[in-house]
Each structure stands twice: as structure tokens, then as C-alpha cells.
Ligand binder design. Sequence first.
Ligand code: 9MR
Length: 352
Amino acid sequence: MSKLRRGSGRGARCAAAVAVLTLVVTGVAAGSAQAAGSTLQAAAAESGRYFGTAIAAGRLNDSTYSTIANREFNMITAENEMKMDATEPNRGQFNYTQGDRILNWALQNGKQVRGHALAWHSQQPGWMQNMEGSDLRQAMLNHVTQVATHYKGKIYAWDVVNEAFQDGSSGARRNSNLQRTGNDWIEAAFRAARAADPGAKLCYNDYNTDDWTHAKTQAVYNMVKDFKARGVPIDCVGLQSHFNPQSPVPNNYQTTLSSFAALGVDVQITELDIEGSGSSQAENYRKVVQACLNVSRCTGITVWGVRDTDSWRSGGTPLLFDGSGNKKAAYTSTLNTLNAGGTGTPTPTPTP
Ligand code: 9MR
């Protein structure tokens, strides 16, 4: 610039002005081309966040599915393949075939992996379902240890415990065989996971914990606060965020995210889907994404499937791509919101 200004005479000044204008215009164009991510993962990465999806191993041979998944997402969750029934079908016999398929596909394509889920009342293998007491506690801890050890060093974050609280106004723990082994079963699972894979972030994951005023949200908040106070190893809270007209995106969603974050944990939106269509669905996706972008420790968003037809509730068309793999209005709204950014700049959090 300073060189241009040193020219003398009208011609030089004119040439200088053109040059400056050209530089400015090119600079702006180049700047915005770099800033505007053209995929969800690129747009999320602008603010240091990830954008993920759940993957079903059985669909990876569908090239429409795997092409979209590879292009748009950089965080992968196995939709069912790393759950207790899949990984320990018989007591003490572990099967990682399908889980490894997803993990290897993700790692080969340069993606990170969220592990889902080590301990849960649901999708227990048959042999575990009727167990109780110390025998069950021992089996659960062994499961956590074995599975986390198998995937050691390869998992960004584990959903260590999933859905341990009741719905409704009680704020109580869910009555399950795991809960009946003693109220400390959750922290025992977290300690076992930390011992097995010290490099993975350890998350508590649940649904209906999006509205800050709900008893279940408050109950999870109090548990995390207590864990932090007592040094129980927990690094993150996952909000599944399955929304529909009966369970809409709450207006206080950002408050929920920021309140958890203020406890000193990362917050991740782990299973996002929003039933609906058109502009109202697009607006709901915008609200959720904007809330995450406004909270520094909301580190990433995962949608629960690729196309509407891949969804566990496909009738509600809750995802970002239609059954043919076309981008929906909800996709455009999500992408634009990610590109516009928010007020919460993530500071990279150390791995544990
Ligand atoms: O999407 C999963 C579906 O394929 C399974 O049949 C179902 C079985 O429980 O689990 C679904 O995923 C659930 C996730 O693991 C935990 N949160 C709720 C999800 C939707 O039901």
C-alpha cells in the first residue's frame, strides 16, 4: 500500500486508486470465500466446533448416504453398534465387528468419534436384563472397562451413562436394574471409564433436559455440580435434543447450555432432530444452532441420522436431508447460521 501512495501525478494516483480498489475487492471476496463454509463441518469449524451425525453400519454401502456423511460431517456416533447389547451379546464375550466398522470408516475419513453408550437401562443384552445387585454392578463395570479399553485412544468423547433420570416432575433417578445397584452406580461407571481411557472426554447424556425449568434438567444439573465438587471425573454433558411439537425447542435453551457450561464441563448437542418441515423446521434448527454458537463451551452438534428416511422417527422428517439426499430448508438454515457465527468463542478445552 505505502508503495502505491508514493507514485506522483494524476495517472499514478488513478492507477493507485484502481489497484487499491482491486486489492480491497479481491480481499473481501477471498475473505468471504474462506469464511463461508460450504459444508456443515466446514462452517462449524470456523468457530472451532464440530458437526456430526449418527451412522448406521448397515447403510455405509449406500453411496448416497456415505457420500453425504463424508462430505458434511466430521464427528461420527454409532447409532446402535457400540451399545451394550451389540458389544457384549454374551456375558464376557465381546463383539466389536460393527462398532469397528463405523470407527474405522470415520478414522479413515479423518473424522472423530463419539462413543455411545457404555451404560444404559435400555438395549441391555438379554443376559443382563434380569440381573440385579452386586453381580450386575460388577458386570456393568466390567463392560465399561472392556469396551472403553478396546476403543482406548480412538474416542473423542464417551456417553458413559445414558438416560438415568426419570421424566416428569420428580427429578428422581430412573428406576432401573442399574439404579437398584446403588445410587453411586453413575459415578462408578465414570471412574471405570476414566481408568480405561484417560484421553476420552466423559459425558453424561440425556433427553428432555433442554428446558432449564424442567425438574429433569435441574436434577442432571445438580448431579453434575455434585460430581465436579467431589472430583468425580466428568467432562461433558450431552443434550440429546429430540424435538417435536409436543417437545418443542424451549426459549430458554441457551440458558440451559450456558448453565451446564458454567459448571466447568463442555456441552454437546448429541442427537439433534426436529420433526417438521419447511420454514418452521428451518427456524427451529436455526434457534438450536444459534444457541450453541452463543455458548463458548458448546463444542459441537450431532444430528441423529443423515436423511429423513434414516431416522428412528422417519415419519416426522426430522433431519437435514430428504429421502433422496437433497438438502432441505433446515440444512440451508443450519449452514447459514453456522457461517454467521455467534457470541461464544470456544477456547479449546484440554483433553482430560
Ligand atoms: O436411533 C436408535 C434406534 O435405531 C434404536 O432402535 C433405538 C433403540 O433404543 O435407539 C435409537 O437411538 C436412541 C439413542 O441411542 C439414545 N437416545 C434416544 C435415541 C432415539 O431413540
